[in-house]
Ligand binder design. Structure first.
Ligand SMILES: Cc1cc2nc3c(=O)[nH]c(=O)nc-3n(C[C@H](O)[C@H](O)[C@H](O)COP(=O)(O)OP(=O)(O)OC[C@H]3O[C@@H](n4cnc5c(N)ncnc54)[C@H](O)[C@@H]3O)c2cc1C
Length: 289
């Protein structure tokens, strides 16, 4: 270890991990690390290292895998994309999240990257977190003091800022039972190429149709704001509409109430706004069919 290398704490088990977080929180908080596919990229690009990391990888026995319970599907904090994609029930009940998982990086990344890491990293261009948000997932936070749940739609306080306290880890992400197998799951990632791309504009949504009209609609915008974001004005506009009622101008004015895209290295605000509006229309037409 070089003198500047950060310390890495390896807990014995979950109880030990939570106790170490609790003790460190009042002094120098430990930064959790899981698959490290974001943590190491940050270090590589010169972001300052945390003084000390808490390596969660050894907790895969306690916090890994998928668990179906009465409340829904619990995706353990150490569950990787490859773990989930290898499960036929996951693919059948959550096709949008499976599609998002298959689009994260390449195979190597899918064997290390976790859903919890994707959520906590807080990138507005993430793939799995918006799919989870469109499915009404909850973030299950664990600390030595207990467990609390926060709706993912309320989890981000700003760019890469979350509601997690320094003494907590994400223990699991919970998709409610009523969302498992729900119809109308739809996602599209627009990047510079089909794979290994960072999203320029994206949409994850659930479009529930009944008797030719949209009922419950959830639309999450990706790479359209500082955080991934539900779009209540668009959802309100779409609800109750048949495909023939969709009016591009009205849709764009609802979109303007929800989203103010920015220009950055990946795209312009104008391109983002135009493409996103077309994605909403495409999602509605395809899920209706
Ligand atoms: C080559 C490459 C390609 C990639 N492509 C994509 C892509 O296409 N789409 C995409 O969305 N992402 C992509 N990523 C980013 C990354 O792979 C994902 O965000 C991944 O899900 C992160 O998971 P992880 O377990 O590796 O997180 P880590 O790197 O270990 O951690 C990420 C963040 O989450 C925190 N954290 C991790 N686990 C917990 C926990 N249980 N509780 C609290 N905090 C926690 C860490 O402190 C850190 O802030 C790519 C990365 C690389 C290197």
């Amino acid at each position: 270890m070089t003198p500047t290398a950060p310390a890495v704490v390896r807990p014995r088990d979950l109880a030990d991990a939570l106790e170490r977080l609790r003790v460190a929180a009042g002094d120098v908080p430990l930064r959790p690390m899981a698959g490290c596919t974001d943590v190491l990229v940050d270090l590589h690009f010169g972001k300052p290292a945390a003084p000390a990391y808490l390596d969660l990888w050894a907790l895969r026995g306690e916090l890994g895998g998928l668990r179906w319970t009465g409340e829904g599907l619990e995706i353990g904090a150490l569950c990787t994309y490859a773990d989930a994609l290898g499960n036929a029930r996951f693919r059948a009940e959550l096709p949008m999240l499976a599609q998002a998982s298959a689009l994260v990086g390449a195979t190597q990344i899918q064997f290390r990257g976790t859903f919890a890491g994707n959520v906590e990293n807080g990138s507005p261009a993430a793939d799995a977190a918006p799919a989870l948000m469109a499915l009404d997932a909850r973030v299950r936070l664990m600390s030595a003091a207990g467990v609390r749940d926060i709706a993912l739609a309320e989890y981000y306080a700003g760019y890469r800022q979350t509601q997690r306290r320094p003494d907590e880890i994400i223990g699991a992400l919970v998709v409610p039972a009523e969302r498992l197998g729900c119809q109308g799951q739809w996602m599209r990632k627009v990047g510079t190429r089909a794979f290994q791309a960072i999203t320029k504009v994206g949409l994850c949504g659930v479009f529930g149709w009944r008797d030719g009209r949209l009922g419950e609609v959830r639309v999450v915008a990706v790479s359209m704001a500082a955080v991934i974001k539900r779009c209540p004005a668009i959802e309100g506009y779409l609800s109750g509409k048949a495909v023939r009622d969709l009016d591009p101008a009205a849709l764009r004015s609802a979109q303007a109430a929800d989203l103010r895209p920015i220009d950055d290295v990946r795209s312009t605000a104008e391109y983002r706004a135009e493409v996103f509006a077309r994605l909403v229309e495409q999602a509605a037409r395809e899920t209706a069919a």
